[in-house]
Design a protein around this ligand. Structure first.
Ligand code: UGA
Length: 478
């Protein structure tokens, strides 16, 4: 694990050095642009730090004064590999600063990125109240031409809506331009995704704004990163289409995995062979306990909501969401037959609470559904996660939080692996087996080798990897 972490850090470091060398040559004649990022959540902070890394002068602003004090003191509010280093370096080089004074941050800016939260509201639509508040504040303090960029994922049509808010506040159309610049950052690898993107998408109807955006991303353009220049509504749509497509891909492989469970085929081999077809590609074909996180569940719902407003049904995305709800039940469905269909008064160890590895985020984590169902069936839970226990404590305060894998499995009747942390991939199965009351395991991420589990005497199940080592739960033909 240490080796992987070191390799990751080293690659990032070399990448950052390369960028600094390039920006030294490319920006030396140009005055850096003043960029203000509103919102220091995961998207805002990563965007701010990386744009500073590209040579821009960046001011990150948040109305949460304590957060700003912490950031000034080098305290990063989220767990994101590499973020602390890139923030520290750019603070030191004075390209990155923090403030809680939004009015002054707007006045100083050439470009304002809106990166505030857009949580899901009751009806599936994104709640835009924070975005609206920022738009009104910009209108109030505008003092020169501003490029106003939406970076948070906002519903299709939001750019036009922001424009109208600013116009309605008496600001003339030639004093600002609206841009949609969606982010494609995965939590856990957000810095790498920002520094080495597949593409930059810029939606605007203003040639001046397009020129300014090209300048902000200049060093990526120098590396021939694809630059998609389009209108605002198309850029907004690209973001939703990307997330909905990836979510659909995951639901597809999850449903295929369930079929493999019945037929005796191996989904890992199936996914590998599928991915070798360049038209399909190998990414996002890992079956698991369903997709979670703050993006796929929210963005697929929001896309469906928007499409319904226009009288369009996107059946594929609706099906992907439905399949995902069913998939979240799979870990418990897999565990029950291994425990004679009874978990009442049993202790189940849950390894992994985060919705995926390398993050402390538990929003819409499949672990939540699994734990709630087990509690409903009368089990008690001993949970462990390398990073996400603090966040899960607010969500599920009444389960037992453990200090290590060994602590969680001690005297437990069974264990479910919910998140694909490297620490779990490398765990000592003989030790785990000796600490468990019974060697019963569900690998909901397919990270453990079935033959090794078999060797250590586990009764186990996984997601679509039928093999003879499994408990013969159903009639399998070889
Ligand atoms: C996702 C997108 O990948 C980013 O491009 C996008 O910018 C971001 O949403 C966003 O809209 O802000 P993220 O949610 O951080 O990023 O994480 P992913 O790596 O995409 O994983 C999402 C979920 O799908 C996780 O629960 C993960 O475990 C699951 N997943 C992913 C699978 O079950 N199988 C896979 O093969 C891949």
């Amino acid at each position: 694990m240490k080796l992987i972490k070191n390799t990751f850090t080293a690659t990032l470091y070399i990448g950052m050095l390369l960028i600094q060398t390039m920006q030294a040559t490319s920006k030396q004649d140009n005055k850096p642009l003043n960029v203000t990022i509103v919102g220091t959540g995961y998207v805002g902070l990563v965007t701010g730090a990386c744009l500073a890394e590209f040579g821009n002068t960046v001011l990150c602003v948040d109305i949460n004064t304590q957060k700003i004090i912490d950031l000034k003191n080098g305290v990063i509010p989220i767990y994101e590999p590499g973020l602390d280093t890139i923030v520290a370096q750019n603070v030191q080089s004075k390209r990155l600063t923090f403030t809680d004074d939004l009015a002054s941050a707007i006045k100083q800016a050439d470009v304002i990125f809106i990166a505030v939260g857009t949580p899901m509201s009751e009806n599936g639509a994104a709640d835009l109240s924070y975005v609206e508040a920022v738009a009104r504040t910009i209108a109030k303090h505008i003092n020169s031409f501003k490029v106003i960029v939406t970076k948070s994922t906002v519903p299709i049509g939001t750019g036009a809506w922001i424009k109208q808010i600013i116009l309605d506040n008496g600001i003339k159309a030639d004093q600002f331009a609206i841009v949609s610049n969606p982010e494609f950052l995965r939590e856990g690898s957000a810095i790498n995704d920002f520094l080495f993107p597949d593409r930059i998408v810029i939606g605007t109807s203003s040639a001046a704004a397009d020129t300014i955006m090209r300048s902000i991303y200049e060093h990526l353009l120098n590396q021939d990163v694809a630059y998609v220049s389009t209108n605002v509504v198309t850029a907004e749509s690209i973001k939703y289409a990307s997330n909905a497509f990836l979510a659909t891909k995951i639901s597809f492989i999850n449903e295929l995995a369930n079929l493999c469970d019945e037929t005796g085929a191996d989904v890992q081999v199936l996914a590998h062979a599928l991915g070798l077809d360049k038209r399909i590609n190998k990414h996002f074909l890992n079956p698991g306990p369903g997709f979670g996180g703050s993006c796929f569940p929210k963005d697929t719902q929001a896309l469906l909501y928007t499409s319904q407003q226009y009288g369009i049904d996107i059946h594929t995305v609706l099906a992907a969401l439905k399949a995902n709800e069913i998939q979240k039940e799979i870990p418990v469905k897999k565990l029950l037959p291994l425990m004679e269909n009874n978990v009442k008064d049993k202790i189940v160890a849950i390894l992994g609470l985060a919705f995926k590895a390398n993050t402390d985020d538990v929003r819409y984590s499949p672990a939540i559904s699994t734990i709630n169902k087990l509690i409903e069936y009368g089990a008690s839970i001993r949970a462990y996660d390398p990073q996400a226990m603090k966040s899960m404590k607010t969500e599920l305060p009444n389960i037992t939080y453990c200090t290590s894998i060994a602590d969680a499995v001690t005297n437990a009747d069974a264990v479910i692996v919910m998140t694909e942390w490297d620490e779990f991939k490398a765990m000592d199965l003989e030790l785990i087996g000796s600490l468990l009351k019974t060697r019963i395991l569900v690998d909901a991420r397919n990270i453990l080798d079935p033959s090794i589990l078999h060797k250590h005497g586990f009764i186990f199940d996984n997601i679509g990897r039928s093999c003879l080592c499994k408990l013969p739960l159903r009639n399998m033909s070889v």
